[in-house]
Design a protein around this ligand. Structure first.
Ligand code: SUG
Length: 448
C-alpha cells in the first residue's frame, strides 16, 4: 500500500523562454491586447518566475520546473510555406506575415496551467497519475504547444509504472481544451480520492445553451468530459460547471482568472459560474459537506478589478498547517482588492498569510502566479519517480539564474523576432537547458 499521508501538491512552473514578447495575440485577454507591441524584457521575465519558484521552495513546497519551447518555431513556419535557410524563413515571414511570425515566436508555454490537465493517482481507475496536454485550439500561437509539451511532461514524469500520458484531444474548436486553468481538484488530504472540478465556457454540440457574445469561450464541455473519461475518473468524483458567459465577455478567458481552490477551500467571485448556488451546493455535497467557500461579493470587488488585479489567479498553498495565498503585486495596487485581502488575513478566515510577488513581465500578457504553475499531486513513490533534475533546489536556482543571465536578452520588440541571431541564441540556450534538467532530446531541432 502506498502512503496517502505523505502525498504533496507539487507545483511545476514554466520557465519563461528567451523570446518572451508582447504581440497582442490573445483576443479576449485584456492584458495581452493592451500591451501589444510594447518592448518586453525576457531576462527579467525569467528571473521573476525563478524568484517565485525559489521562494516557494524555501517555504517548504515541492517545486518543479518545466522547460520552455523552441521559438521561433521554424517547423510551423515551414509548414506554412516559408522556405529556404532558417534565416530566409524568418526574414520572409517577418516581411510578409509579421503576426504569424510573432505567433511562432511566443513564449506562451510559460503558462503551464495550460500545459495539461493532471489527475492524481488517488482519483484514477488504474491508480496512475494521468496527464492530457491541452490542445489550446482557440489561439494559433498556443495550438502549436501541445506536442512538445507532451514530450517535456514525459521527460519529467517518465516512469510508466506511475505515470500515464495521453495525446491532446482532437485539435478543433469542438474539443477546445485549456487544461488545468479550467480544472481544480478538491480533497481532504492530497493522497485521498478527491473531487475533480471541470469548468468550461460553452457547449460545442448544443448551440441553444448560453455562451459569451463578445469574447470567445475557449474551452468546451465536451473537452472536459473527454478528459474525465481518458483519466478514468469515477462519476461521483467529478463535478462540471459552466463559466458565467458575462464574465468571459469582461475578460475572464480562463476560470483561473475568477476562482481558485485548494484542498476543501474554494475562493471565487460571486459571478464566476452559471447557476453558482447550485454548483457550490453540488461541490459541498461531493465533499461530504466539509467544504469551505469564500465567495467575494461584487459589491466588494468588481469583476473589472478582479481581472485587473488577478486576485483569483492566486495560488492557495498549504504550508505548515496554514493556508497561504500567493498574489501578484497588482493586488496591492488595487485598493478594493487589497482592503479585501488584508481583511481576510486579519479576520477569522481560513486564509492566514499573503505572499506578494512581482511578476509584471508575465502579468502584462495576462499571466499571474496561478497561470505560471501546473499542479501535480504526487505520493511518496511518485515523488521519487519523477525526474529529480527538474526539482527546485539551491543549486538548480543558482544554475538557472546563471543560465538566464548568460543567454537572455533584456529587450525584445517586434522587429527582433526576424533576427536569425535570436534563433541561434534560443537554440543554444535550450540545448544547455536540456542537459541541466536531463530532459533528453525534446525539441524538434534536437531530433535526428
Ligand atoms: O493564453 N497570454 C496567455 C495567458 C495565459 C494565462 N493562463 C492562465 N490564465 N492560466 C493566453 O492568453 C499572450 C501572448 C501575446 O499576446 O503575446 C498570451 O498568450
Amino acid at each position: 500500500m502506498t502512503s496517502t499521508r505523505n502525498a504533496v501538491e507539487a507545483n511545476f512552473d514554466g520557465l519563461v523562454g528567451p523570446t518572451h514578447n508582447y504581440a497582442g495575440l490573445s483576443f479576449g485577454n485584456v492584458a495581452s491586447q493592451s500591451h501589444s507591441a510594447q518592448a518586453s524584457n525576457p531576462k527579467q521575465a525569467a528571473l521573476q518566475g525563478l524568484a517565485k519558484m525559489k521562494a516557494l521552495h524555501d517555504a517548504g513546497m515541492t517545486q518543479g520546473v518545466l522547460a520552455p519551447q523552441e521559438r521561433p518555431d521554424l517547423n510551423t513556419l515551414r509548414r506554412l510555406g516559408f522556405t529556404g535557410s532558417d534565416a530566409n524563413v524568418l526574414q520572409a515571414a517577418g516581411k510578409q506575415a509579421p503576426k504569424i511570425l510573432a505567433a511562432c515566436c511566443s513564449a506562451s508555454s510559460m503558462w503551464t496551467a495550460n500545459a495539461a490537465t493532471v489527475s492524481p493517482s488517488a482519483d484514477t481507475a488504474d491508480g496512475k497519475v494521468h496527464f492530457t496536454p491541452a490542445n489550446l485550439t482557440n489561439k494559433f500561437h498556443r495550438s502549436i504547444e501541445h506536442e512538445v509539451t507532451g514530450r517535456i511532461l514525459k521527460a519529467t514524469f517518465s516512469d510508466e509504472r506511475y505515470f500515464a500520458h495521453h495525446q491532446a484531444l482532437p485539435g478543433v474548436e469542438h474539443f477546445g481544451d485549456e487544461g488545468a486553468a479550467n480544472h481544480t481538484r478538491f480533497c481532504h488530504e492530497y493522497g485521498q480520492a478527491g473531487v475533480e472540478f471541470f469548468v468550461y465556457g460553452r457547449y460545442a454540440f448544443d448551440s441553444r445553451k448560453p455562451a459569451p457574445t463578445r469574447y470567445p469561450a475557449r474551452h468546451t464541455y465536451e473537452a472536459s468530459e473527454a478528459v474525465a473519461r481518458l483519466h478514468g475518473l469515477q462519476d461521483k468524483g467529478v463535478v462540471y460547471a459552466q463559466q458565467n458567459p458575462d464574465v468571459i465577455d469582461k475578460g475572464v478567458f480562463h476560470n483561473d482568472v475568477i476562482a481558485v481552490g485548494n484542498r476543501n477551500l474554494m475562493f471565487c467571485h460571486q459571478e464566476a459560474f452559471l447557476n453558482q448556488h447550485e454548483v457550490l451546493k453540488q461541490l459541498t455535497a461531493s465533499m461530504n459537506n466539509q467544504f469551505n467557500v469564500i465567495e467575494v461579493p461584487s459589491a466588494r470587488v468588481s469583476v473589472e478589478d478582479a481581472v485587473k488585479s488577478y486576485l483569483f489567479n492566486s495560488q492557495l498553498l498549504s504550508i505548515d498547517g496554514k493556508t497561504v495565498i500567493v498574489i501578484p503585486e497588482e493586488c496591492q495596487k488595487t485598493p478594493a482588492v487589497w482592503d479585501y485581502l488584508t481583511e481576510l488575513r486579519d479576520g477569522n478566515s481560513v486564509i492566514n498569510e499573503l505572499k506578494v510577488f512581482d511578476l509584471k513581465q508575465s502579468m502584462s500578457n495576462g499571466g499571474g502566479p496561478a497561470c505560471l504553475r501546473l499542479r501535480v499531486v504526487l505520493n511518496e513513490q511518485e515523488q521519487t519517480a519523477c525526474n529529480p533534475n527538474t526539482l527546485m533546489s539551491e543549486a538548480l536556482y543558482s544554475r538557472l539564474t546563471q543560465w538566464v543571465n548568460l543567454h537572455y536578452r533584456d529587450r525584445i520588440s517586434e522587429i527582433d523576432l526576424a533576427d536569425p541571431q535570436l534563433l541561434l541564441e534560443s537554440r543554444s540556450a535550450l540545448d544547455e537547458l536540456t542537459q541541466i534538467l536531463s530532459l533528453g532530446s525534446v525539441y524538434p531541432f534536437q531530433q535526428t
